[in-house]
Write a protein that binds this ligand. Structure first.
Ligand SMILES: *[C@@H]1O[C@H](CO)[C@@H](O)[C@H](O)[C@H]1NC(C)=O
Ligand SMILES: *[C@@H]1O[C@H](CO)[C@@H](O)[C@H](O)[C@H]1NC(C)=O
Length: 164
């Protein structure tokens, strides 16, 4: 009895491992259920709501057809888009190549053998409130702090020179 339970467990486990392999450089192959299981806890928390439908969709799939259907891919793209926006808004980068990443998303559509035309529907766009490299992620408080810090350091340098 226990033996069969164990066997069933490994059968399930093996089928999970054999399912869709996404080649995410430089990580190597990840399975679909690891694709959104990112190590960046901040982004994971911030995008919990946007990524929940994608995680639910992936976990409900039992074959590659389901993992690659429009509904699943749309949910995954929404999750990636949230992580992408979050990084930009926080002016952050991530060590995890799966976080808000166009190449990772492209790797997923490649693993699904999507045609170039279909794959184009699942890409990341710059956040709608993104206003170029200057305003990006710098709110007024951060800018004021930066100016104050620069002033402080500048005055510090002058003081050092004057007392020498
Ligand atoms: C990664 O997945 C690809 C596509 O399924 C496969 O061709 C390749 O052998 C895999 N590589 C490893 C290291 O498992
Ligand atoms: C994509 O194509 C490769 C090679 O023909 C095949 O092994 C793989 O199962 C296909 N993947 C899907 C999701 O259909």
């Amino acid at each position: 009895m226990q033996f069969f339970a164990l066997l069933a467990f490994f059968a399930v486990f093996a089928s999970r491992v054999l399912a869709l392999q996404i080649t995410v450089a430089p990580m190597g192959n990840v399975s679909a259920n690891q694709f959104l299981d990112v190590s960046d806890q901040t982004v994971k928390t911030n995008c919990q709501d946007s990524c929940a439908p994608a995680n639910t969709a992936i976990n409900a799939c039992t074959d590659d057809t389901c993992l690659c259907d429009t509904a699943t891919l749309t949910a995954i793209t929404a999750c990636q888009q949230c992580m992408f926006n979050d990084l930009i808004h926080r002016f952050a980068t991530s060590d995890d190549p799966r976080v808000g990443s166009s190449p990772a998303l492209a790797a997923y559509t490649t693993a699904c053998n999507l045609s170039a035309t279909t794959a184009k529907e699942f890409v990341l766009a710059p956040p709608s409130d993104w206003n170029g490299p200057f305003g990006q992620g710098l709110n007024t408080a951060a800018t004021a702090f930066g100016v104050a810090l620069a002033l402080f350091l500048g005055i510090g340098c002058i003081t050092v020179v004057n007392t020498m």
